[in-house]
Design a protein around this ligand. Structure first.
Ligand SMILES: [Zn+2]
Length: 149
């Protein structure tokens, strides 16, 4: 996949992350794109806003996309390497590709996904890294709660 396209899609996830931060939440955003490039759904982590620890950015985008006949050819774009739970979602539904904004502040399940045939595009985006680093420095308790530590 073309990295310029991947970066454009990442911008949607970054917008979501910023919206989450503005709401007092955890700045992780995601979006699900269809095989034809249509935006199917977008969302951000809602742990704080909804008091729901299961509403991760990827889960939120996935749910906002509603039911799809097939996830073949779809792309999940996320600002941060997906945790085990969201990596499981990717495999469960057969999402073909994951675009990872960054995996420096958190190394999730993207290697495992790659081993199982999911195309992984890592962008090492400095804005995504900065957003997470600033957040972790400001609210370490909230971050540790989010990653289950
Ligand atoms: Zn997750």
């Amino acid at each position: 996949m073309d990295h310029n396209q991947a970066r454009q899609w990442l911008a949607t996830a970054v917008e979501e992350a910023k919206a989450g931060l503005a709401e007092g939440g955890i700045p992780i955003g995601a979006a699900l794109y269809g095989a034809d490039g249509t935006l199917l759904g977008r969302g951000h982590n809602l742990r704080v806003q909804d008091g729901d620890p299961s509403m991760h950015a990827e889960t939120s985008a996935f749910r906002n996309a509603g039911r799809q006949r097939s996830y073949k050819g779809t792309t999940m774009v996320t600002t941060l390497s997906p945790c085990w739970y969201c990596s499981g979602l990717v495999r469960q539904f057969g999402i073909s590709r994951v675009i990872v904004g960054e995996s420096e502040t958190f190394h999730g399940g993207h290697d495992w996904l790659a081993e199982h045939g999911v195309e992984i595009i890592k962008l090492d985006d400095p804005e995504c890294v900065r957003m997470m680093k600033d957040f972790i420095a400001a609210k370490p308790e909230l971050w540790n709660e989010d990653i289950g530590e």
